[in-house]
Design a binder for this molecule. Structure first.
Ligand code: FES
Length: 201
């Protein structure tokens, strides 16, 4: 795991899809805004309650501070972000201040404190992609998904949208990453096909 950087993550573009994605996906449902994580106050009718998930996660690790990063990682994997209610539950269970949990959560770039869809679309806006229309592509994603770049997720919890610097796939410009899958030469004309494939996978 590496500390957060403002420049976006450079990856090995080994998984290039060109609108033929190959990697798998968990397909996990993401609660839009989990509100509760403590068993005592759990309302069984609350559709966004995450008590059961938290209870299960705590069966995997000793209740000690040394488990913190592993618990955060599993939470991130399950929800694709770290809901505040879950952080409070972790503070309670591990008996550590929430401020320490927040410090760890903001230090590592693999953790997100903001709600994210189960699929994060990253549009490269590095120089090579920029000159091949990445700016227009990003605007088209915003229009079609009806969400601003860097904020929130689609109503169904499927997609979040981000812009990143060069992802090391300049020959495929404009390049787009959806979670860990690369798409090459994406434009307004094949953006719909990309979204359909990702929604179905
Ligand atoms: S500038 Fe987009 S991949 Fe390099």
């Amino acid at each position: 795991m590496s500390p957060k950087s403002k420049t976006g993550k450079r990856r090995d573009p080994g998984d290039v899809a060109a609108l033929e994605p190959t990697a798998g996906d968990t397909g996990a449902k993401v609660p839009a805004s989990p509100s509760k994580a403590t068993g005592d106050s759990c309302d069984p009718m609350d559709p966004v309650c995450i008590c059961d998930t938290m209870d299960e996660i705590f069966t995997h690790y000793p209740r000690e501070e040394a488990s913190l990063i592993m618990i955060l990682q599993e939470l991130q994997d399950r929800f694709n972000w770290l809901p505040d209610a879950a952080l409070e539950r972790i503070a309670e269970e591990l008996d550590i201040p929430k401020s320490r949990i927040l410090a760890v959560s903001t230090f590592y770039k693999s953790f997100s404190l903001d709600p994210r869809g189960r699929k994060v679309i990253k549009v490269c806006t590095g120089t090579a992609c920029h000159v091949r229309g990445a700016g227009m592509l990003l605007e088209e994603f915003e229009r079609v998904l009806d969400i601003p770049v860097g904020e929130g997720m689609t109503d169904d919890g499927t997609f979040s949208l981000e812009s990143v610097n060069c992802v090391g796939a300049c020959a495929m410009a404009p390049a787009v990453l959806v979670n860990d899958r690369y798409y090459a030469k994406v434009g307004p004309g094949n953006l719909g096909k990309l979204l359909t494939k990702e929604r179905e996978s």
